[in-house]
Design a protein around this ligand. Structure first.
Ligand code: SAM
Length: 228
């Protein structure tokens, strides 16, 4: 009986967390790219604190990048963190020995916090997936993005920007919420779209892994592609 009560309580807590996490995301999803960035700018000063203990996408992203780059190559490996937010992925990468980190992030309020991490040597205050950006082509050993493939954020076409920025033989690492790529999710055709990019000869799939507690109690999905 005690076990039943305690598991019912656990379910209640998990349901509350799921509601809370959906609320946070709804409040930053704008009608346009600039609207979304404006909302993140406001969130910037408290973003890290609000997610504390309930987000581990950044840790998993850095682990996945570290899996494809041997330790002795990390200090010279050029990494671009796309939709870098407050720099949480970069901080984790620096802890794993990466030293050549650059960031793209449109929201000024998020960038204010990112700059205090002092782990990025170049910052692009720009968007991906919406046309022009000034990120160099065929330049990075790794392009990583975490939490950016979200409705009203980076559209799936942004993956072509990631592939363009990475050099041939380099890697693109995409970490996002698993439910988004499932049937009925906002990115339900994402796997088909990635297959078309492979068919076009732009990249080859290295791995596709599910992991728990990406964001609150939601599972995460990590894709790794090698650029052709
Ligand atoms: C959920 S946050 C993730 C931030 C960071 N990667 C992390 O793991 O903490 C999503 C970020 O995507 C950025 N963003 C939204 N739309 C974007 C776009 N079209 N291009 C680039 N960044 C975008 C937002 O400003 C925000 O900082």
């Amino acid at each position: 009986m005690d076990t039943l009560v305690s598991s019912t309580k656990t379910m209640d807590v998990l349901q509350d967390l799921a509601k809370e996490s959906s609320h946070l995301l709804r409040s930053v999803t704008g009608e346009s790219a600039t609207d979304t960035a404006d909302r993140y700018s406001v969130w910037g000063p408290t973003y890290d604190k609000d997610l504390e203990g309930n987000y581990r996408g950044h840790i998993y992203s850095a682990d996945v990048v570290a899996e494809v780059v041997p330790e002795d190559r990390r200090s010279t490996c050029r990494v671009l963190d796309m939709a870098a937010g407050t720099g949480k992925v970069g901080v984790e990468l620096a802890l794993r020995g990466f030293k050549k980190l650059e960031a793209l992030e449109p929201a000024g309020g998020m960038l204010e916090v990112l700059k205090t991490t002092q782990v990025y040597s170049r910052i692009f205050q720009e968007y991906v997936g919406h046309g022009n950006n000034t990120v160099p082509s065929d330049y990075y050993d790794v392009v990583v993005t975490c939490g950016s493939l979200v409705k009203g954020h980076v559209p799936k076409e942004g993956v072509e920007d990631f592939l363009r920025a990475a050099k041939p033989g380099g890697f693109v690492v995409i970490v996002m919420r698993k439910s988004y790529v499932e049937k009925g999710g906002d990115f339900e055709d994402f796997d088909d779209y990635l297959s078309t990019l492979e068919e076009r000869g732009l990249c080859n799939k290295v791995s596709r892994k599910v992991f728990p507690n990406y964001y609150f109690n939601h599972d995460g999905m990590a894709y790794v592609y090698k650029v052709v």
